[in-house]
Design a protein. Structure first.
Length: 572
């Protein structure tokens, strides 16, 4: 049993996991730097936490317990104050016979048992559990930033449910309120750790819901139940950070935050929208100077990659990317620019917003309120002697006309446009009022794309699916004999239980060939253009490219059906 008189060195040595000299060095450095013992041991050696805790549990007659499936009653959770939970990284598990069972990842914290005994006013029995298990359980049962909200409630800070109360506050005090600042930073940091691309703060009637979008799918984040009381202060803090008008609640607003949290530089695009129960805030996380992918990272097959590389190295023409919001269009454009960016090319981009900063590229942030629009910027670009022009998005006829004429006068132009597939992009441009001969002579290629979640390689498992189901969705069953198998998502600690980790693209590339150009001039339908491209251009549809990735074990059939359902209807 672990007692006050037991030497920490002797306990760790008794595990048989350490060289005595190394152990002396680690413990000496821990004492000198004030580092927690278990943290110092794990950082100073190659020992993993789980086997270390299992050995310690055996030696000290304590229990070792994983917390993945553990459910804890509210009465037990209330036995310890929230501050103690996060200060000592512990969590209460059960209460019986006036004894509280508490999980910890470091039994060597000085005065731990005594502090917990005073806080809970009962006997304490320690259980050893991995740090990640405790942190995950604390977030699940108490919510993100629970200790910060407790501090706010103790201080009576910024309980601003009433609009009138908000207007009476000194705004400088609001900006400097440490607890609110800390809580907002915790929300952003948790999203960053979870690889989230968006944070949605949504006022409901009885609570304030916060959701993160991870790998394209929204997940509700556990939040303390008292968060609704601080709705106005949290939203006001975000508006102050984004340089918005804090008193204006009737109109939507847009802003931007640059924040540094624990060494990570994060740019955040902020948008507010008034709703029935208060302002809804959406945050888009942009990793400054990081996260830039290359062509090899996009998920293109060899044929499509070679075709695209030829298109993006041509001296002139226009190349468009299409897809819904959040389908990775901007990422593809940046990957193309990264590939061709060299000292002998002058590259200029008009963006709204600038999502990634690229060395060697002249990037211009659009500001429509002062007349700096895509169309006006494009006109100026043409007087700047560019070789390559990137336009963030073609939204209207004026921008489309200038981009196409730039492509016809010796410039290579990249841009995005919102359509369902590659062929319908042609009809979209014609509907805008662009002359068919201009589209036919300037367009080099159109790339439709979607993002699908990639399977977690640690836990994916082969699955056999019913042939009728596969035939119903036109899956190439005949390929299963020499390709495959098909995998399903399972879930493990590495992927946080959802079976997926990361995302990859599926693509449909329409190469504007000499067979396609007459159809464009003749105002042919999107279906006719698509049929001709499938017949002569070697094009694969989004779903066909998806089936390739299913057979390669990259993703699941469910994911392909989720993002290409509309394409199936169009192809039928």
């Amino acid at each position: 049993m672990l007692t006050k008189n037991t030497r920490i060195h002797d306990l760790l040595a008794a595990t048989g996991l350490f060289d005595d000299k190394l152990l002396e060095t680690i413990l000496g450095e821990a004492r000198e730097n004030g580092t927690p013992i278990c943290k110092a041991v794990l950082e100073g050696s190659e020992i993993k936490e789980e086997p270390l805790l299992e050995k310690l549990a055996e030696i000290t007659n304590l229990s070792f317990q994983r917390l993945k499936e553990v459910e804890i009653e509210n009465e037990v959770l209330e036995k310890l104050p929230t501050k103690a939970i996060f200060q000592y990284n512990v969590i209460p598990l059960a209460y019986k016979d006036e004894c509280l069972k508490v999980a910890t990842s470091d039994p060597f914290i000085p005065g731990l048992v005594d502090a917990l005994r005073l806080a809970a006013e009962c006997r304490i029995r320690l259980v050893l559990s991995p740090t990640e298990d405790i942190e995950t359980s604390a977030k699940k049962f108490y919510g993100v930033g629970a200790e910060t909200l407790d501090k706010m409630m103790e201080d009576g800070a910024l309980d601003l449910d009433d609009d009138d109360d908000l207007l009476k506050q000194d705004l400088s005090e609001l900006d400097q309120e440490a607890s609110v600042v800390k809580f907002v930073n915790q929300i952003i940091w948790e999203a960053y750790k979870d690889r989230a691309t968006d944070i949605h703060i949504e006022p409901m009637e009885m609570d304030l819901r916060i959701r993160y979008r991870v790998d394209g799918v929204l997940h509700e984040t556990p939040m303390p139940p008292q968060l609704k009381r601080f709705q106005s202060s949290v939203i006001s803090r975000l508006k102050v950070m984004a340089n918005m008008d804090i008193a204006e609640k009737r109109l939507p607003q847009d802003g931007r935050i640059s924040v540094r949290i624990r060494g990570a530089e994060i740019d955040v695009r902020v948008s507010t929208m008034p709703t029935v129960y208060g302002e809804s805030v959406s945050l888009r996380l942009l990793m400054r100077g990081g996260g830039l992918v290359t062509m090899a990272d996009l998920g293109l097959n060899d044929h499509d990659s070679d075709m695209l590389k030829k298109m993006i190295t041509r001296p002139h023409g226009i190349l468009l990317v299409t897809g819904p919001t959040g389908s990775g269009k901007s990422t593809s454009l940046y990957a193309w620019l990264h590939t061709i960016n060299s000292i002998d090319k002058r590259i200029m981009s008009a963006e709204d917003p600038i999502e990634y900063e690229m060395k060697g590229v002249n990037q211009v942030q659009m500001r429509p309120e002062i007349g700096l629009t895509f169309a006006n910027t494009l006109r100026t670009f043409l007087r700047q002697d560019p070789d390559v022009i990137m336009v963030g998005e073609i939204r209207d006829k004026e921008t489309a006309e200038i981009a196409i004429r730039a492509a016809l006068t010796g410039h290579l132009v990249f841009s995005t446009i919102h359509t369902n597939d590659s062929a319908s992009t042609v009809t979209r441009l014609l509907d805008m009022g662009i002359e068919p001969f201009l589209v036919a002579s300037s367009a080099e290629g159109i790339v439709a794309q979607r993002l699908v979640r990639g399977l977690c390689n640690n836990c994916k498992q082969p699955v056999e699916l019913d042939d009728d189901f596969l035939k119903e969705h036109n899956f190439p069953i005949e390929r299963l004999a020499h390709e495959g198998p098909i995998y399903e998502a399972v879930g493990c600690d590495e992927c946080r239980g959802n079976g997926y980790k990361g995302r990859t693209g599926i693509f449909e590339i329409l190469h504007i060939t000499d067979e396609i150009r007459p159809l464009i001039i003749a105002h042919a339908s999107a279906a006719d253009i698509k049929a001709k491209a499938l017949e002569h251009g070697g094009m694969k549809t989004l779903r066909e490219d998806g089936w390739d990735k299913v057979l390669n074990g990259v993703t699941t059939i469910d994911e392909i059906l989720r993002v290409t359902e509309d394409d199936e209807i169009e192809e039928a």
